[in-house]
Design a protein around this ligand. Structure first.
Ligand SMILES: Nc1nc2c(ncn2[C@@H]2O[C@H](COP(=O)(O)OP(=O)(O)OP(=O)(O)O)[C@@H](O)[C@H]2O)c(=O)[nH]1
Ligand SMILES: [Mg+2]
Ligand SMILES: [Zn+2]
Length: 336
């Protein structure tokens, strides 16, 4: 992991990153974050850096994938500024209601991973699609363990029904199926962040792409095919031969949406399009007269369950927004 800045380009360093750093600053990319410390790859190689000693508490905390400025004080490397993020995966912090938690930053593609050894609930894809859409990156759905599915093509079709314009690929890390196609979407300096349930095969896919056992994997429970939360840290892995990077993440239990109104509209663009013909421009697609969305359901043009799932996600996002507003008002009162 040593070498000149040429190596840093393999990690995605480019003119945009260079332009956002202060003149003469030492920059690096966060490869992994552990309590208070990060592994950061710099032009001089990998360094271990303290993450919060020099930054004010209110500033952005570094996450895996971030470009940062590093400084050295008496042999100790510290992270200074976190450079502006191009893309970011965010969710509602499960520990702190309504706070935003950034899971990963500066990836070009989000790979939504799901194993074909388990049922594929459409609502789970829709939720992950909203989160991925909100990140600002390109998206691909990766259906892994194709070798375990009696009819992978049929399973992929059911996912395509909710995927909109997002590509759905079927893969097998075990049989090396579809991996070359996936590699063709990466390449030097490009990063793909993997998200998906525990046991879906994210780390196995990382190892297959890396052609080495770089990430720990574990068998799913035989009773219900659920994973064991094997991966515990988000980690950026450099692929061989200028193949880009994959960002492995732990399987997520909760994916609360935060501030995702626009992404929601895009993922459910079919509903939004029908909605343009509703009588009321602010139609909630419930009991309103002349609602074009419920009419489409009645005509059999739209799956009523998809509408229900949309309404539930919309309520979740709306309630979160209302709470956020209340909190901002309370904070403003406190300042007066
Ligand atoms: N048959 C088959 N099994 C696979 C494939 N990909 C992954 N698996 C198995 O699925 C299990 C879970 O894989 P992991 O890669 O650990 O899953 P993960 O998504 O990283 O899980 P967490 O780290 O817990 O989030 C392991 O037993 C893998 O061997 C595949 O393509 N085919
Ligand atoms: Mg894993
Ligand atoms: Zn309506």
């Amino acid at each position: 992991m040593t070498g000149g800045s040429g190596d840093l380009r393999l990690w995605g360093y480019d003119d945009r990153v260079a332009g956002s750093a202060e003149d003469g600053a030492r920059v690096g990319r966060v490869v992994q974050v552990d309590r208070g410390e990060c592994d950061v790859v710099t032009a001089a190689g990998m360094v271990r850096a303290g993450s919060d000693s020099v930054r004010a508490q209110a500033e952005m905390a570094p996450v895996t994938g971030d470009w940062v400025q590093v400084t050295s004080q008496h042999e100790v490397v510290l992270i200074g500024r976190v450079l502006p993020r191009l893309t970011a995966l965010t969710r509602r912090d499960p520990a702190e209601r309504d706070a935003e938690q950034v899971l990963a930053a500066n990836f070009d593609i989000v790979g939504i991973v799901s194993g074909l050894d388990r049922p594929l609930p459409p609502g789970r894809f829709e939720r992950m699609l909203v989160m991925a859409r909100d990140s600002g990156a390109a998206i691909v759905i990766l259906l892994t363990k194709a070798d375990r599915a009696p009819d992978a093509a049929a399973a992929a079709e059911t996912v395509r029904a909710v995927a909109g314009d997002v590509d759905v690929l079927t893969l097998s890390a075990r049989r090396d199926l579809g991996l070359d196609h996936l590699r063709s979407r990466l390449g030097p300096g490009r990063t793909m962040a993997l998200v998906g349930a525990s046991g879906s095969g994210k780390s196995t896919l990382v190892n297959a792409l890396a052609r080495a056992e770089v990430a720990a994997t574990a068998k799913v429970r035989s009773s219900d095919r659920r994973g064991r939360h094997t991966t515990v840290a988000r980690r950026l892995v450099l692929l061989p031969d200028g193949g880009g990077m994959v960002l492995d993440t732990p399987g997520v239990r909760a994916l609360g949406l935060i501030d995702a109104q626009e992404a929601l509209s895009r993922v459910f663009s079919d509903i939004e399009e029908h909605g343009l013909s509703c009588r009321f421009s602010d139609c909630a697609h419930g009991a309103e007269p002349d609602c074009a969305v419920t009419a489409a359901v009645e005509r059999g043009e739209m799956d009523p369950r998809r509408l229900q799932r949309f309404l539930a996600l919309r309520d979740e996002v709306e309630q979160q927004r209302v709470r956020e507003e209340q909190r901002a008002r309370a904070a403003a009162r406190g300042r007066r």
